[in-house]
Design a protein around this ligand. Structure first.
Ligand code: NAD
Length: 272
């Protein structure tokens, strides 16, 4: 069981939702906090809730900004690469701007975080990395190809990171967080779209899917605080996969069976 008291947690996307809830949960464990987000107002809101934290405006899609965040932290122990956005649309409909944006935040953000922090954790011979993926990193729901691509990539990146650390005899821990719908600001990601990365025009199917996503996220049964508690437990117990919504396992199993039986994948949203 890892003791987190007095150690430092660095969390990206800490201005809202799961990142804010993780900040609160790790503060309750007696950890010091270093919090990053593009949204400065959100960051101040989180800092007010946790009372004390180092905060920094960081765009995780930019290597130099993630590196500067890492450089400002004296002795990071826990790194939560959590910032994320969501875009919708079929693969061919999403604009190049959509693809660049979501790959930049959801995948490059995690890569930059690992490249900046992990060498320091290895040198300290202790620490833990939590990468936020999604159930969309384990199954492929229709209509969100950009999101699915980034989250599947974060899952395999995290698995490979664990293997690479162990191959080199490092005890640094890794977890990958794969939640289903949780009420946060994720369905309102457009607020964070950078100027210059244009969205694709919305058609009827995408507009309907957007309305469904907003509803599903808003009515998620587990709260961000519940998910944050699960993350704390997984870090303490050094557990890799954090599957907060066990009902999703049927869809994961169906995907694996389709692969092993070499048949076309069933739509995970229509499995009954
Ligand atoms: N809420 C869900 O249903 C759900 C389910 C599975 C996975 N996730 C993942 O959880 C993570 C957190 O999302 P959330 O649900 O808390 O949503 P959220 O919108 O409430 O929080 C995301 C945070 O990331 C920040 N952010 C966006 N772009 C950024 C950038 N370029 N650099 C730095 N920060 C940036 C936002 O300002 C925001 O504070 C994401 O990776 C998301 O994909 C969420």
């Amino acid at each position: 069981m890892k003791d987190l008291k007095g150690k430092t947690a660095a969390i990206t996307g800490a201005g809202s939702g799961l990142g804010r809830a993780m900040a609160l949960a790790f503060a309750q464990e007696g950890m010091k906090l270093a919090l990053a987000d593009v949204d400065e107002a959100g960051l101040s809101g989180t800092r007010n809730l946790v009372k004390e934290a180092f905060t920094m405006k960081v765009d995780v899609s930019k290597e130099s900004e993630v590196q500067a965040f890492c450089d400002r932290i004296e002795k990071p122990y826990l790194v939560c690469n959590n910032a994320g956005v969501s875009t919708l649309g079929a693969a061919w409909e999403q604009s190049a701007g959509d693809w660049q944006w979501i790959l930049g935040v959801n995948l490059w953000g995690v890569i930059h975080g690992v490249r900046a922090f992990v060498p320091r954790l290895i040198a300290q011979n202790e620490g833990h990395v939590v990468n936020t993926a999604s159930v969309s990193g384990l199954i492929s729901p229709p209509g969100s190809s950009g999101y699915n691509v980034t989250k599947h990539a974060v899952v395999t990146f995290s698995e490979t990171l664990l293997h690479d650390l162990r191959e080199r005899g490092s005890p640094v821990g890794v977890s990958v967080l794969c939640p289903a719908y949780v009420p946060t600001g994720i369905a309102d990601s457009e607020r964070n779209r950078p100027a210059g990365l244009a969205a694709a025009p919305k058609n009827e199917i995408t507009s309907a899917r957007e309305a469904n996503l907003k509803k599903a996220v808003a009515s998620g049964k587990l709260s961000a605080d519940d998910v944050a508690k699960a993350v704390v437990a997984a870090v303490k117990e050094d557990r890799f996969y954090i599957l907060t919504h066990p009902r999703i396992k049927g869809a994961i199993q169906a995907r694996m069976e389709d692969i092993l039986n070499e048949r076309a994948p069933r739509d995970p949203m229509r499995l009954g």
